[in-house]
Each structure stands twice: as C-alpha cells, then as structure tokens.
Design a protein around this ligand. Structure first.
Ligand code: CA
Length: 272
C-alpha cells in the first residue's frame, strides 16, 4: 500500500532572499547564477542543508519542506520554478507525492533518490517527474541537471505548425487537442509533442527526440522516451494499447501520423 497524506503540523519551510556569493568560498565553477526559486522536499536535515547551501551559492531562492504535507502546503503558498523531490519521506510515498505535486504545478520535478533501480526511475517518470538523479551526487551534477531543466522550461518548444492532422497543439496554453479532447501538458510533454508535430508523418529517431526534449547528455535514456510516449498516447490515441497515430518504429524511433496509420491497426507488440 502506498502511504497516504496524514495531518501534520503547519509548514516549516523558510524563504530566503538571494544571498550574494561569498568570494572567500568561490570554489564552485558556475557558469552564471541560476536565479531560480527552488522547492526542496527532503526529510534528512543534514542533506537538505547541504543542498540548500549549494543552491544559494548558485543564486537560487530556496524553500524547504521536510515532509509531503509541507511540500503541498509550500506549493499552495508559492509556485517554484523547479522542485527537488526526495522519494523517501516519512509521511507519504514519494511516488504518490510526485503525482500530487504534478497535479498541482507545471514546475519541473527533479527526483532525488537512493533507490537506483530502473523501476524507481520509471515510476517517478510515470508519476510526472521530469528528471531523476541518484544519491550520492555532486553539487556540480545537481546544478547541471537543474540548469538543463530550467533551460528546457524557459525555451520555446519547436512549434512551427499548429498541428499534425487530428492532433493540434496550443503551445501558449500548453494544451494538446486530439479529436476534441483537450489535455493540459507538462513542459516536458509539450516539448515532446512539439517535436512530433514539427515532423508530422516522419520517423524521428530516439536520439533526436532525447536530445531535443531532454538534452545532449540523454541519448541513451530510452526509458524516458518509453514512459513519455505512453503518456502522449493516452492523450492522442483512441485506444492507447493499440496506437494508430503515435507509432513505434522498432530500433529507430517513433512517428506521429496525421491520420490513423493502417499498419498499426493490429494489436501492437510494442512494449511502449
Ligand atoms: Ca529521505
């Protein structure tokens, strides 16, 4: 059974104004300040403090939550630019919390976890996380991931046409419209959908998709794609188990077709 939210005392997070960098501690080689507001959800105080110190040195404004309950409270008070979420929390299962946060905000979620298994990765992506970093990680690695997430969130997805046949995108409203069904997309979902729409009817390789949506360091992360393709199919396909629009080309990539694609009308063997 997944843990449920329990009543907990009020939020204990604090907000700090951006601090100037201490020139005496300038050992970190950062390529510019992040200037982002970050919500960190982590129950281990020592660990949380360490991460917060590094984020502040990088220019971030940080709010902290030591439990799932506090995380939800913090979100109601202030919308962060990005959320760092530890999966092991005292009051709620991290995956359940991730789903809850995803339902409340479009901010990218970076999952921090010691559970370094493929299942944890898949579960967190399915729950709406945008990226994943395994403990232990270095501050440099964390900041690089955060930068990549924020860059992706801020840059405009490549939308140069409004749609692909039965699938239309409204990038400003972050909506996908498929046969009169409207779905609000997360930033990562929008980026992926936009790549497909831009290449309507053409096969797009795994590497290209991973690079465009997640970044150059992600070309091996096909599991990310599988999870997100599954999600897009839920929004696009009449029957997501038998895709007729968003089709796998085994070993190559995926294509979004403007009309139902005959070849795939048979039950799909595709595990994605
Ligand atoms: Ca923890």
């Amino acid at each position: 059974m997944r843990g449920a939210f329990r009543d907990a005392p009020g939020p204990r997070w604090r907000t700090d104004r951006r601090r100037g960098r201490d020139p005496g501690r300038g050992a970190m080689n950062l390529d510019g300040d992040l200037l982002a507001s970050v919500l960190i959800v982590e129950d281990e105080a020592k660990y949380r403090r360490l991460i917060i110190a590094n984020l502040r040195m990088a220019g971030c404004t940080v709010r902290e939550a030591a439990s799932g309950h506090e995380a939800v409270q913090a979100l109601y008070e202030h919308e962060p630019d990005v959320i760092l979420l530890d999966l092991r929390l005292p009051d709620v299962d991290g995956i359940v919390l991730c789903q809850r946060l995803r339902s409340l905000t479009q901010a990218p979620i970076l999952v921090l976890t010691a559970l370094d298994t493929e299942q944890a990765l898949v579960e967190s992506l399915e729950a709406g996380a945008d990226d994943y970093i395994s403990k232990p990680f270095s501050p440099t690695e964390l900041l690089a991931r955060l930068r990549a997430l924020l860059r992706r969130g801020r840059s405009q997805p490549e939308v140069d046409r409004p749609g692909c046949g039965d699938v239309r995108l409204d990038p400003k409203g972050r909506r996908l419209i498929a046969r009169d069904r409207v779905t609000h997309l997360t930033p990562t979902e929008l980026r992926l959908a936009a790549v497909f729409v831009a290449h309507c009817g053409k096969v797009v390789t795994h590497e290209y998709l991973l690079t465009r949506v997640w970044g150059a360091g992600y070309t091996e992360e096909r599991e990310y794609l599988r999870v997100y393709i599954r999600r897009l199919r839920q929004y696009i396909e009449p029957d997501p188990k038998r895709p007729v629009y968003l089709i796998s080309h085994l070993g190559v990539g995926y294509a979004l077709y403007p009309q139902p694609h005959g070849q795939a009308a048979a039950p799909s063997l595709d595990r994605s």
